[in-house]
Design a protein around this ligand. Structure first.
Ligand SMILES: NC(=O)c1ccc[n+]([C@@H]2O[C@H](COP(=O)([O-])OP(=O)(O)OC[C@H]3O[C@@H](n4cnc5c(N)ncnc54)[C@H](OP(=O)(O)O)[C@@H]3O)[C@@H](O)[C@H]2O)c1
Length: 251
């Protein structure tokens, strides 16, 4: 059986280097190019139609890269964060029009996928929720894509159960601006950026007399690679855009 041709974009970065290693080590994947800032993505893809592009670059170019990949007739496995809901909608339509399988996942770690799933379930049974995410100081965007996705999944889970969004409470007096963090559908989000952290998140849920804490810790970037390799293997069979690794893991 022929190998799946893969291009890694952002190959000199922290995640890109791991992706190059993972693709090289996978028997059924063929690393045909590893490119970065000084290379031309469109030019690389012009002679490699139908290949899979793994992208771990920067939020500022994530959307443009997705467009370039689709215009070139390639498939995307996008780990770069920072895409907006509006951009997801445009990309969804582009994938459908071009009949291209495409995966965008804010977090390729199985423990993160499970954390989001458990948090979505718990959201139906608790009165309040807040999310604290902790990352390395070089992370460009905040809150993290995982935190936003978690909040959205929790909100959708409540919606499906006929429950309203979580609400407040707001501080009567916020002595320092931002002390209560940002908010997405009533869920407070707090971003910590600190040396010594890689990518961690805690979802706190509360009801009278009880709290539930769901925590995920990432110790090494290798944790993302089984998810990346799985997406490379599956993306060409997909019908359109899939957002989130959970769709590939749990159907
Ligand atoms: N989905 C997940 O599971 C997951 C996990 C961890 C991180 N991430 C996300 O992945 C992205 C990369 O993270 P990282 O920690 O690897 O960052 P990083 O170490 O800064 O690496 C990014 C690499 O991409 C290069 N780059 C920037 N703009 C580019 C462009 N337009 N074209 C080609 N290459 C470009 C950078 O070059 P320069 O250094 O010269 O700018 C750098 O080599 C971030 O959005 C991060 O949030 C996702």
């Amino acid at each position: 059986m022929s190998k799946i041709p893969v291009v890694v974009n952002g190959a000199l970065g922290k995640m890109g280097r791991e992706a190059v290693k993972a693709v090289t080590e996978a028997d059924d994947l063929d690393l045909i190019a590893s490119i970065d800032m000084d290379d031309d993505l469109a030019e690389t893809l012009s002679s490699n139609k139908g290949c899979v592009v793994v992208d771990f670059t920067h939020p500022s170019c994530a959307y443009k890269n997705c467009e370039t990949i689709l215009d070139a007739g390639a498939h995307g496995v996008i780990g770069t964060t920072g895409l907006t809901e509006d951009q997801f909608q445009v990309l969804d339509k582009m994938c459908a029009d071009k009949k291209r399988g495409f995966v965008i996942a804010a977090n390729f770690a199985i423990t993160a996928v499970l954390m989001m799933r458990f948090a979505a379930e718990a959201a139906k049974h608790m009165d309040r929720a807040e999310i604290i995410e902790l990352h390395h100081p070089a992370k460009a965007d905040s809150p993290s894509g995982t935190a936003v996705k978690t909040a959205e999944m929790m909100a959708l889970s409540r919606e499906a159960a006929g429950l309203p969004d979580f609400e407040g409470p707001e501080s009567e007096k916020e002595l320092i601006d931002g002390a209560r963090g940002g908010s997405h559908r009533g869920i407070r989000l707090h971003s910590v950026r600190m040396p010594g952290q890689l990518a961690n998140q805690e979802v706190l849920l509360g009801a009278p007399g009880q709290t539930l804490s769901i925590r995920q810790d990432t110790i090494d970037r290798s944790c993302f690679m089984p998810g990346v390799v799985l997406a490379c293997r599956r993306v060409r069979e997909l019908d359109g855009l899939v957002v989130g690794l959970d769709r590939l893991l749990f159907g």
